[in-house]
Design a protein around this ligand. Structure first.
Ligand code: AMP
Length: 367
């Protein structure tokens, strides 16, 4: 009772972790560089700081009984130092594995998990001399800091190789085989400080311009693929002894799952769990890092999640007056300004299929 949970990062994920933690009786402290961040309004304590300020991070951790993080780009070495003095149950390891695509993909391969073929590329000259080992089309991705399609280019033919120059000027990259996949899938799982694991139902995801647009659950996949995704998540959690929530994104091609990437935190494709499952991914995260028994992950009802990106958020005025809205839930993150493609919130459609959900979404959107 009255324990303080500290969350490094105050974006929408931090906000939704905070809301779950508060419902469970925690005092919530949040650290973020942005004084207008979504989580600030729902936190009991707010510390304004960059994520790489050791003094501020240290004094933040001192105020907390447990510390967690909502995103993977906090320098892992900083957390490695802090975890010796403070209670950061996840520690630096999940950050270490997920903030570098090369480390992440090699870890997956070492666990016997299939990935698209890839190669480390340090310079444009190396790209030119080695791209044929992967073949074209291929995807060139920066090994660090990429998200929502930032930091990657698709190289469809030899003329496109030139487009890789800019990425390689600033950073080492990986060159990946371009997979013509049937579906993109993801699984949210968790491992507690006691070593207990739990897996949510697999979600089927559609991206628009590399940003997640919809997640549908249950995914239209066989029981075997659903089981295989759980097996892979279990291998990663146990094999790397990770604690906390873990999201893994996959490509499905010819009946095989290819590991794409992982995130050591609740994930946009797991937002459906708030209404869809007995336990939400945010509550599960809190349970996992504070040493509680994990919650039941059973799907209560089919759900479709649609992200509200940028101006899409304006559809709410119209949508909220429709009859269909009785089975739609709104989540707005409280971001102060609308920017193009910015994740402003999401909608959860209960017991609608994807086609019906998109129809309602489009009928009410400004397009
Ligand atoms: P990522 O940042 O790796 O999640 O990539 C963003 C999106 O780009 C993915 O969700 C896919 O839609 C697409 N993508 C990434 N890597 C590949 C690949 N190797 N083959 C085909 N599509 C890819």
């Amino acid at each position: 009772m009255n324990k303080t949970l500290g969350i490094i990062g105050g974006g929408q994920l931090g906000k939704m972790i905070a809301l779950s933690a508060k419902a469970m009786g925690f005092i919530v402290a949040t650290l973020d560089p942005d004084p207008d961040c979504p989580a600030k309004g729902v936190s009991d304590i707010f510390v304004e700081s960059s994520f790489d300020n050791p003094l501020k991070l240290s004094s933040f951790c001192q105020k907390c009984d447990f510390v967690t993080y909502e995103f993977e780009n906090i320098p892992y070495r900083l957390i490695e130092g802090l975890e010796k003095k403070f209670n950061i149950p996840q520690g630096h390891k999940p950050l270490y594995y997920s903030q570098n695509r090369l480390v992440e993909k090699n870890a997956a391969l070492n666990l016997g998990i299939k990935t698209a073929k890839f190669l480390a590329i340090k310079s444009y000259e190396e790209l030119i001399s080695k791209y044929q080992e992967i073949g074209l089309p291929a995807v060139l991705k920066t090994i660090e800091g990429g998200y929502d399609g930032h930091g990657q280019v698709v190289l469809r033919n030899e003329t496109d190789l030139e487009n890789g120059k800019k990425l390689l000027e600033n950073q080492e990259c990986i060159l990946e085989e371009f997979l013509v996949f049937e579906k993109e899938l993801s699984i949210i799982s968790a491992r507690s400080t006691k070593g207990e694991t739990a897996f949510f139902p697999v979600s089927e995801n559609v991206h628009k311009d590399n940003i997640l647009f919809t997640s549908t659950v249950p995914a239209n996949i066989s029981k075997e693929i659903e089981q295989e995704a759980k097996k892979i998540a279990s291998k990663v959690l146990d094999g790397l002894s990770l604690i906390g929530t873990l999201a893994i994104e996959f490509f499905l091609k010819d009946g095989t799952l290819y590991f794409n990437e992982m995130a050591p935190r609740p994930h946009n494709s797991g937002h459906y769990t708030i209404e869809g499952c007995e336990t939400s991914q945010f509550e599960q995260h809190v349970r996992s890092v504070t040493g509680m028994t994990l919650g039941n992950t059973k799907l209560i009802q089919p759900t479709v999640m649609i992200n509200l990106l940028g101006d899409d958020v304006k559809l709410l005025d119209k949508l909220s007056q429709t009859k269909a809205f009785k089975d739609i839930k709104i989540h707005l993150y409280g971001k102060k300004s609308i920017r193009h493609k910015r994740k402003m919130g999401h909608l959860t459609f209960i017991n609608y299929n994807l086609e019906e959900s998109l129809k309602i979404y489009k009928e009410n959107n400004h397009e």
